[in-house]
Design a protein around this ligand. Structure first.
Ligand code: ADP
Length: 683
């Protein structure tokens, strides 16, 4: 076996490869960009080499530097992971020419499958079913349009160099063909530098079912059954599973045979995936699946195959690349139970799946499977790590296995509900809604399912009064759950037994929340103070909190424990919550509610008042500055707006005074940086 390999990747896949290599006694070299210097894959590897600045073109896509790092560290082989250079035949040539081994297929195999049109022609010749369509070289619009009519609408125009769904257009009517063609071409040109397309039948009620194949250097090819990746959002996989729901023995036999034929046609060595599109309008039928493309690498969703077969695909990759024969014959590979994988992302599902960034101040994954099931978390981040804007914002893949689909799906639902992440916006609730969807649960999936139900799947409920109260209580520092030595509550600077009501202010989205909390006879009491919706930019410090009349106070006052009792679920335990700088996140199953605490001033005031400077409660961007050096300002006057964690926090004057120093508009500030300093008397 190799004694040392280099992993030309980052994140969860780099960590996953390191784990197997370590188990096999193979030393590992990580490569990293400046953005990843402190990341998990670097910490896990035996050695690490810096390859450049954060942009991928100057780091993870720089094949020359990566090969140099391998030579410098004495690595004998390079594992590319997925993405980045994994399907780049020129990189394979570079690796081989340097006298190293590429852990993956030959450059020739990758080239054969690299372009969709050529791959389809090749597959047609090998006798693999291909979607009816035109995959020829000629590209003039009249010919393509007539081919589309011949195929019959709806058709799909695809960039031959395509990937990630780019350069792809569905066309329903002949009249729309010309326009769709030019827009697909523009997109393909921009994304791949190649505007050539193919046209194929648009498959109705399409399901995406792919077969894992594995070849060695001796002509052996096996399959490891299928995965269903039909749960897609804009052609991006969301939850994958193995085996495919509703798969029949007959159809599986035909599909896996076609997949092995496809791999043999290009003398494939290593791990690969043959993707098929299936017309499921009449259930799964052996005459209704067609070759779509081959991925000549390890897939993101490979763990579901590992879970149902017990095979470590990375181990096989290393063995085959080293020159060993496939560890198992076809008849030795068995399918057991059912597995799911959910892709947990830092993204805002409710805002059109906008990618998110942030520091994962709190990160916890369940690790106790229900009897008969198993759980696996594939991640490349730890608590405290940052999701940067430079790379794919995937946080983890949550993988479950159970004896049957229903049990495995229940386990996935539980796993999503128990996962806790605070510090970034995450898609946990969306994944859980999909896992709980009746059609998905019934196995009635097709690639349009998510799109049809997107609004329902991404809707986030408002936090209940119980959660709002719990958040306010946590902010007050008077919570029964707050530990006296918790640095966060220490920061708040409150004694644990207060006679006078403590007023707290927090924010949920654009809603301001105020509450009065007091400890009476050892019992915590809290009253939410009804407040009008204050438009954004107008912060907490702008005005005095409305005073409560005796009656209001009395009516809305409740004991903390009775409020917790009213929380969804009905139990007594307080809700799960995470405190992080300037924030409280409350977890309600897979849904999380983020409250921010935009009042560093109140804290300063409580701590004795008269603070002569204001510090940033968290790292952020000084978005607006509303005062200048020398200005005389009044208590409560807004001085600047700090944007942090995608929210705006108004910083107002804690007392009357003269501004001696103030942060510059547009500047980035770190946690604790001085935002405003007031002049001393006589200054
Ligand atoms: P890309 O390489 O850009 O990801 P693929 O060819 O793999 O493109 O197709 C991506 C997805 O588009 C598939 O998973 C499927 O959902 C959908 N798709 C592809 N071909 C067809 C087709 N002929 N009819 C309907 N949907 C299709």
């Amino acid at each position: 076996m190799f004694s040392k390999i280099l992993i030309a990747n980052r994140g969860e896949i780099a960590c996953r490869i390191i784990r197997t290599a370590r188990r096999m006694g193979v030393a590992t070299v990580a490569v990293y960009s400046d953005a990843d210097a402190g990341s998990m894959h670097v910490a896990m590897a035996d050695e690490a080499v810096r390859i450049g600045p954060p942009p991928v073109a100057e780091s993870y896509l720089d094949g020359e530097r990566i090969v140099a790092a391998a030579l410098m560290t004495g690595a004998e082989a390079i594992h590319p992971g997925y993405g980045f250079l994994s399907e780049n035949p020129d990189f394979v040539d570079r690796v081989v020419n340097a006298g190293l081994i590429f852990i993956g297929p030959s450059a020739t195999s990758i080239r054969a499958m690299g372009l969709k049109d050529a791959a389809k022609r090749l597959m047609e010749k090998a006798g693999v079913p291909v979607v009816p369509g035109y995959h020829g070289e000629a590209q003039d619009i009249v010919l393509l349009a007539s081919k589309a009519t011949e195929i019959g609408f709806p058709v799909l125009i695809k960039a031959r160099a395509g990937g990630g769904g780019r350069g792809m257009r569905r066309v329903d009517h002949a009249d729309d063909f010309a326009e769709a063609l030019s827009s697909a071409r523009r997109e393909a040109k921009a994304a791949f530098g190649d505007d050539r397309v193919l046209v194929e039948k648009y498959v109705e009620k399409p399901r995406h079912i792919e077969v894992q194949v594995f070849g060695d250097n001796y002509g052996n090819v096996v399959h490891l059954f299928e995965r269903d990746c039909s749960a897609q959002r804009r052609h991006q996989k969301v939850i994958e599973e193995a085996p495919a729901p509703g798969m029949t023995d007959e159809m599986r036999a035909e599909m896996t045979e076609a997949a092995v034929t496809a791999a043999k046609a290009i003398s494939y060595s290593g791990a690969g995936t043959i993707e098929f599109i299936v017309d499921a309008s009449q259930g799964l039928r052996p005459d209704r699946f067609w070759f779509m493309e081959m991925n000549t690498r390890l897939q993101v969703e490979h763990p579901v195959t590992e879970m149902i077969t017990g095979v470590d695909l990375v181990e096989w990759q290393l063995r085959v690349a080293y020159g060993e024969a496939l560890p198992k014959r076809q008849d030795e590979i068995e399918l057991n139970g059912h597995a799911f994988e959910a892709r947990l992302y830092a993204e805002d599902a409710a805002k059109g799946f906008l990618p998110a960034t942030g520091t994962l101040h709190h990160l916890w994954f369940p690790d106790e499977p229900a009897p008969g099931t198993s759980l696996r978390v594939e991640t490349g981040v730890r608590e405290g790590d940052t999701i940067s804007p430079f790379y794919d914002p995937m946080i983890a893949k949550l993988v479950v296995h159970g004896p049957d689909r229903e049990t495995a799906l229940d386990a996935l639902g539980d796993m999503l509900a128990e996962t806790e992440i605070a510090g970034s916006t995450v898609n946990t609730a969306f994944l859980a809604a999909l896992a709980a969807d009746p059609d998905f649960a019934a196995g009635d999936v097709d690639t349009g399912l998510i799109g049809r139900k997107q609004d329902a799947l991404t809707a986030i409920p408002e936090p209940s009064e119980g959660f709002v109260t719990a958040a306010a209580l946590a902010v007050s520092g008077l919570s029964e759950t707050a530990s006296p030595d918790d640095p966060w509550s220490a920061l708040a600077g409150y004694a644990h037994f207060h006679a006078a009501p403590k007023r707290v202010a927090l924010r949920y989205g654009e809603q301001e929340i105020r509450a009065a909390v007091s400890v009476v006879n050892g019992k915590t009491e809290i009253a939410l103070i009804p407040a009008p919706l204050i438009p954004p930019h107008k912060g907490m410090g702008d005005s005095e909190a409305p005073r409560l009349s005796e009656k209001e106070t009395h009516e809305s006052k409740r004991s903390a424990s009775s409020l917790w009792g009213g929380v969804r679920g009905g139990g007594n335990p307080p809700p799960r919550l995470a405190r992080w700088p300037g924030h409280i996140t409350i977890f309600d199953g897979p849904v999380s509610y983020m409250f921010s605490v935009p009042d560093p001033l109140e804290r300063a005031e409580e701590a004795g008042g008269g603070a002569d400077s204001l510090r940033a409660p968290m790292p952020g961007l000084v978005k607006v500055v509303r005062a200048a050096v020398g200005d005389t300002v009044a208590k409560g006057q807004p001085l600047l707006v700090l944007e942090a964690m995608k929210m705006e926090h108004t910083i107002a004057a804690p007392h009357d005074g003269v501004v001696a120093e103030i942060a510059t508009e547009g500047s980035q500030v770190t946690d604790g940086a001085t935002l405003v300093r007031f002049a001393e008397a006589g200054e």
